[in-house]
Write a protein that binds this ligand. Structure first.
Ligand SMILES: C[S@@+](CC[C@H](N)C(=O)[O-])C[C@H]1O[C@@H](n2cnc3c(N)ncnc32)[C@H](O)[C@@H]1O
Length: 376
């Protein structure tokens, strides 16, 4: 579907607004491209239309955001100072720039977005005494998978703006996670310098508060992935994810399953999202109240421009869902909504089996990296 001038101008206006709070450099670039496109039909826009002719976009920002990220990527790869006169540079951009854009994907990987699964792990599974498997769908380079090893710097607020107490064991590190796996259509390996450069380009050039945490999380990930129970990435498209999860994890009475996605299902068309929903319902049903699907995403109906934490669980014939938290305009701040009772077990959990031969099970942090026979 061709990218139309008017809709692209609307996208650029949205991008300008979005970057203005985060990266004045990117906001300035967008402003210059907007002015150039408003006043005529520049060569760069025709090249962009050609590059995108076989693509369709499920949301109203990916087409323009990819152009901004590609400019930053060019600069990081030593392609000159493309940020000073972006429209002029784009008009003479070499064919390989447009060829790369043709297949490029937005893959910003923000370790801060692990806050969603940490909250659900803490509130839903740890109080039940359940160690759990974590699956992060659309994980990019997997930095959200290692959130339990990172500092808990989020500021938790109540809806009225007052400080919210932290859930018990919020600061444990690591959490009692049995296995961590991140499927993605195109996983990005941090050990590959080209992949790492693209991920860095997804962060604004002057977003100083994001570059250092990204680098620290990346180094941590590279260390952890070498350990036997460490995080794993796998190539898998959303359409195949329910089966991917079902085939790897067999329901177990003393384990939980936490399926997560953040800023990733926004790249699915409505039809694809509904099919994912149906597939995950089938996968989570046999886990009963030990299985959760949590999403930190923009609401699909765009009733808010901020990410919401929506938690789904299987009850009596289908998924029940609640929005239990939302990010705010301030980086690192999250509002904890009312209604977390929703994640309590449906029936009181029986204590783990204890016999004379088997000592009581305790959930001390950091001791759950044992082999699990159900994982292939
Ligand atoms: C913006 S990144 C988000 C990464 C990470 N979840 C986070 O919050 O930082 C979106 C990811 O979704 C993946 N993705 C998009 N469409 C997909 C699809 N149809 N199947 C699998 N992964 C997909 C992309 O490859 C990309 O790595």
């Amino acid at each position: 579907m061709p990218v139309e001038r008017e809709s692209f101008l609307r996208e650029l206006a949205g991008q300008r607004q979005w970057w203005s709070r985060r990266s004045p450099v990117n906001a300035g670039i967008v402003e210059r491209l907007e002015a150039d496109l408003s006043s005529g039909s520049p060569i760069w826009f025709r090249r962009l239309q050609e590059a995108y002719e076989d693509r369709s976009f499920a949301n109203d920002y990916e087409a323009s955001a990819l152009l901004i990220v590609s400019l930053h990527h060019r600069r990081l790869s030593g392609g000159g100072n493309v940020l000073v006169d972006p429209a002029g540079w784009l008009n003479g951009a070499p064919p390989e720039f447009w060829a790369r854009l043709r297949h490029a994907k937005l893959q910003a990987n923000d370790p801060e977005r692990s806050v969603g699964w940490l909250l659900v792990g803490c509130a839903a599974l740890m109080p039940q005494g359940l160690p759990f498997h974590l699956v992060d769908m659309g994980t990019s380079a997997g930095l959200t998978l290692v959130g339990d090893y990172l500092p808990r710097d989020w500021s938790l607020k109540r809806p009225d703006g007052s400080a919210c107490g932290e859930p018990p064991r919020w600061r444990d590190s690591p959490y009692p996670v049995l296995s961590t796996i991140g499927p993605d259509a195109e996983p990005r390996l941090l050990s590959d310098p080209r992949a790492r450069l693209w991920l860095k380009a997804c962060i604004g050039p002057d977003e100083d508060k994001r570059h250092a945490p990204f680098d620290a999380a990346a180094e941590l990930f590279l260390r952890l992935e070498k350990s036997p129970g460490g995080p794993r990435l796998e190539r898998c498209a959303y359409a195949a994810m329910p089966e991917f999860i079902r085939s790897r994890f067999k329901p177990h009475a003393e384990e939980g399953l936490l399926v997560y996605n953040s800023q990733a299902t926004d790249f699915l068309a409505d039809r694809e999202y509904r099919s994912l929903e149906k597939g995950l319902a089938r996968v989570l049903k046999p886990w009963g109240d030990r299985g959760f699907w949590a999403e930190l995403e923009l609401p699909r109906d765009r009733t808010s421009k901020l990410h919401q934490l929506r938690v789904h669980r299987w009850t009596e014939g289908g998924f029940e869902s609640r929005v239990l938290a939302a990010l705010t305009e301030r980086p690192g701040e999250i509002v904890i909504e009312e209604g977390w009772g929703f994640v309590r077990p449906l029936e009181p959990r029986r204590a783990p089996r204890v016999t004379i031969e088997e000592p009581p099970k305790r959930m001390e942090p950091g001791i759950y990296k044992f082999e699990n026979p159900w994982i292939r």
